[in-house]
Ligand binder design. Structure first.
Ligand code: ATP
Ligand code: MG
Length: 329
């Protein structure tokens, strides 16, 4: 039996090149080596207010983007978190074994609550729900961007704590980070990671941005006061742009250095934009074909939920038995 992979994306905005290079691209690469489950985590998205109609539309858009990226629905399950109630059920059981101090330490919790006056409890509980998503399927590997490494660490802690309290129950999952593109930074501010929920216009290139707009965002990206590329002294903005080029092109470090050293920033940005667009254009064409087929995406999501539900329900059943909870049967 193949080991299982689980990963997800929140339908909380427009998917960007960071989500693609950090997550989707690895999923496509490893999908046939594992039994793969890719999830649209809508229960996570509502930890911040989402306009209901927009959220509903985003769910199918993101499923379309998974398919356009090359996820094969014949081999992998593509599903929506809220269509499998066991995610929320297991999250409660895990909440009860998670010390609140572990959650208060999470960097994302601190960052996302900084600007808010009233903080929803969901934001604090988010990593427990994420642990439930992963442990529910006894996933061995979780391919994510670097920003999720801390939540994965917590998932392992929760699994180990549960296993030591109630006996071996969960597979303790490993984090899988891409070698390049694990942390794409904001184009407007290379000190902050590129995020769907950031609102500044020049912050991110969305996967569905028209090529002209995508090019403009790269050309306007923040760099530094040097005129040309120097790999030793380049600032965060330049390193980010070169990282985007390398992640799309899959060039080696040596080839990157030989090609870009001494290149003026204007020319370098042009080449980064063209490399990115050469991947985005065929991707967008596939996306339009996929969503143009009536009922196709919703069928994939229904089938995905049907395929994973027995696995999820078996885990909840096992957890109930371990904890002494009541199950009719
Ligand atoms: P939000 O701002 O709503 O949290 P997000 O851009 O962080 O959106 P998520 O849905 O939280 O996106 O994450 C989906 C996947 O994309 C995760 O595996 C995450 O690690 C990865 N990811 C997110 N941002 C980046 C980034 N800037 N670089 C690389 N990977 C990323
Ligand atoms: Mg995020």
């Amino acid at each position: 039996m193949k080991a299982r992979v689980f990963s997800g994306v929140q339908p909380s905005g427009n998917l960007h090149i960071g989500n693609y290079l950090g997550a989707l691209k690895s999923w496509v690469k490893i999908q046939y080596d594992y039994e793969s489950i890719f999830c649209i985590v809508d229960l996570h998205a509502v930890t911040m207010y989402q306009e209901p109609q927009t959220l509903r539309a985003k769910i199918e858009e993101i499923a379309g983007l998974f398919l356009a990226a090359g996820i094969d629905p014949k081999h992998c399950a593509i599903m929506v978190q809220s269509s499998v109630p066991a995610h929320a059920e297991l999250a409660w059981m895990l909440t009860c074994v998670t010390p609140v101090g572990w959650l208060e330490r999470m960097t994302q919790y601190k960052a996302k609550t900084e600007s808010q006056q009233a903080v929803g409890d969901g934001l604090l509980q988010y990593p427990v729900l994420m642990a439930a998503d992963i442990l529910l399927y006894q996933a061995a590997i979780v391919p994510v961007g670097e920003d999720q490494a801390q939540h994965l660490e917590l998932t392992r802690d929760v699994a180990q704590r549960f296993n030591s309290l109630y006996g071996e129950t969960f597979v303790v999952p490993a984090t899988h980070l891409p070698l390049v593109g694990a942390r794409v930074m904001g184009l407007d501010d290379p000190e902050k990671k590129m995020s769907k929920s950031a609102t500044a216009a020049g912050h991110a290139v969305a996967l569905l941005d028209p090529p002209g707009q995508a090019r403009k965002k790269i050309m306007r990206a923040t760099t530094d006061s040097q005129p040309a590329v120097d790999f030793e002294t380049a600032g965060a903005g330049v390193r980010n742009l070169l990282g985007i080029f390398q992640a799309f092109s899959e060039w080696t470090d040596d080839r990157m250095k030989a090609h870009f050293t001494g290149m003026r920033y204007g020319e370098m940005k042009k080449q980064v934009a063209e490399m990115m667009i050469s991947h985005l254009e065929p991707f967008q064409k596939r996306y339009r074909e996929i969503v143009g087929e009536p009922g196709y995406v919703s069928g994939v999501l229904r089938e995905g939920a049907e395929r994973v539900s027995p696995i999820a329900n078996a885990t909840v059943d096992l957890v109930k038995r371990r904890m002494g909870l009541y199950a009719l049967s």
